[in-house]
Design a protein around this ligand. Structure first.
Ligand SMILES: Nc1ncnc2c1ncn2[C@@H]1O[C@H](COP(=O)(O)OP(=O)(O)OP(=O)(O)O)[C@@H](O)[C@H]1O
Length: 265
C-alpha cells in the first residue's frame, strides 16, 4: 500500500471519530528537558556514563525536548507536528517509558500501547509464543490474562507454524507483525502511533489500519499521533502540538496548529 493509500484509509476514520473528551488528565509533561550528549567515539560515550566529558571526544549536547509542558485529557487525539529532529519521537518515547527526562517530570496514567518500535524487547532466542508470555509478564499481566490474549495475538499475527519457532528465524516483517499484534491486542488506554509505521505486506497493512481505526474510535482511548502531514493530522486528531528544536511552539485546535505549521515550516 502506498503512503497515499495508507493516509486515505486512515483518514476514512474521520466521520466516525469520537467527539467527547473527559476532564481527567492522563498525560502530564512538567518542564521536561531531555538532553543527549554527543561523543566522537564509543570511548567518549563510555566515559560519559560516568559524567566524564573528555576533551576532544565530547562534542556537545542536544536538547531533544526543551522545557516541554503540556497535559492531555482522557479521550483526546493529539497530533505532534514538526520537522525532522523537532523532538516528536523523543516526547513519545518518554510517554511509553522507553526513555526518561533529564530534568522535569512525565506522568502517565493508563496502559500504553506504542506502535513505534514494534520489535524492541523481543528475545530472539525465544519462540514467538514464549515472547508473548514474556512481554505479558513484563507488562504485569496475570498468567490467565496472558493465556486469554495468546490466541488473539497469534490469530492476528498470522505466523502459522512459525509461532513456535525461535524469533531469530523470522523475517523482519514477521517480527513486526507479532509486535503489532501484541500492541493492539491488549486494549490500550493510551495509543501512541507513528504515521511512518509500516508493517508487513499490503494485506497486513490494511488489517493494521482497520484495527488502529477501531481503537481510535473508542471514546476512552487517548491517542498521540506523530505525523509530518497536516491532512492526516486533521483527519485523525482534534488538537495539534507543534514542536521546534524540542520546544513547544504552538498548541491549539488541529485546524489552528496545522495552519501554523504550514505557514511557518
Ligand atoms: N539517542 C540519541 N542520541 C543522540 N541524539 C539523539 C538521540 N535520539 C534523538 N536524538 C536527537 O534529538 C533530536 C530530536 O530527535 P527526534 O527523533 O525526537 O525527532 P523527530 O521530531 O521525531 O524527528 P523525525 O521527524 O525525523 O522522526 C534530534 O536532533 C536527534 O538527532
Amino acid at each position: 500500500m502506498s503512503s497515499n493509500d495508507q493516509q486515505k484509509t486512515l483518514g476514512d476514520a474521520k466521520a466516525k471519530h469520537k467527539t467527547s473528551v473527559s476532564d481527567e488528565v492522563v498525560i502530564r509533561f512538567d518542564h521536561v528537558t531531555k538532553t543527549y550528549n554527543l561523543y566522537k567515539n564509543d570511548r567518549g560515550r563510555f566515559l560519559g556514563i560516568f559524567n566524564y566529558k573528555k576533551k576532544g571526544t565530547f562534542l556537545g549536547s542536544v536538547n531533544a525536548s526543551d522545557d516541554l509542558s503540556f497535559e492531555v485529557k482522557k479521550g483526546e487525539a493529539v497530533a505532534f507536528l514538526g520537522c525532522n529532529g523537532a523532538g516528536k519521537s523523543t516526547a513519545l518515547k518518554m510517554v511509553t517509558g522507553v526513555t526518561h527526562p533529564t530534568t522535569g517530570n512525565v506522568e502517565v496514567k493508563g496502559r500504553v500501547s506504542a506502535l513505534l518500535e514494534l520489535t524492541a524487547g523481543f528475545d530472539m532466542q525465544l519462540t514467538g509464543r514464549e515472547n508473548i508470555s514474556l512481554r505479558g509478564q513484563i507488562l504485569g499481566l496475570k498468567r490467565n490474562e496472558i493465556k486469554e490474549l495468546e490466541p488473539k495475538i497469534i490469530e492476528f499475527a498470522e505466523l502459522g507454524l512459525y509461532i513456535d519457532q525461535p524469533m531469530r528465524t523470522y523475517s523482519s516483517g514477521m517480527k513486526a507483525r507479532l509486535g503489532f499484534a501484541f500492541a493492539v491486542a491488549i486494549d490500550p488506554e493510551i495509543l501512541v502511533v507513528d504515521e511512518a509505521l509500516s508493517v508487513g505486506d499490503r494485506a497486513f497493512q490494511r488489517k493494521c489500519i482497520a484495527r488502529i481505526r477501531e481503537i481510535m474510535m473508542d471514546e476512552n482511548v487517548t491517542v498521540l499521533f506523530v505525523t509530518h502531514t497536516s491532512s492526516t493530522a486533521k483527519e485523525f486528531c482534534s488538537r495539534g502540538i507543534v514542536l521546534d528544536h524540542g520546544k513547544k511552539v504552538f498548541d491549539d485546535t488541529i485546524e489552528a496548529a496545522t495552519a501554523y505549521y504550514e505557514k511557518n515550516y
